[in-house]
Design a protein around this ligand. Structure first.
Ligand SMILES: [Zn+2]
Length: 102
């Protein structure tokens, strides 16, 4: 995380875990230590801050796909790309299966 000390990062992760739960904010998949990333809900490059209000867990996949999009843009892009029903079906399937491995 840019502009953050290791200590802030650790505290932020703990806060997000306690206040938002161990789930990806975008696909709702359970995140683990291995794939949890802290995402800036409003990206740094779009004026977002390191404030706790702006932080959430994202799984690696969502974090990579989202890039510097706003959450609404990310959702819109996913819908536009896959089509709403296919997207929901595919992701649910995938994440139900992945959840079982946790
Ligand atoms: Zn995700």
């Amino acid at each position: 995380m840019r502009g953050c000390s290791k200590r802030h990062w650790k505290a932020a992760k703990k806060w997000v875990m306690e206040n938002r739960g161990p789930r990806c904010a975008y696909c709702r998949r359970k995140v683990t230590r291995a794939n949890a990333t802290i995402d800036h809900i409003v990206p740094f490059s779009r004026g977002g801050t390191n404030h706790l209000d702006n932080l959430a867990f994202a799984c690696l996949q969502c974090n990579l796909l989202k890039g510097n999009m706003l959450p609404e843009e990310f959702k819109a892009a996913m819908h536009a790309f896959f089509g709403r029903l296919i997207w929901i079906a595919a992701w649910r399937n995938k994440f139900v299966n992945t959840d079982r491995k946790d």
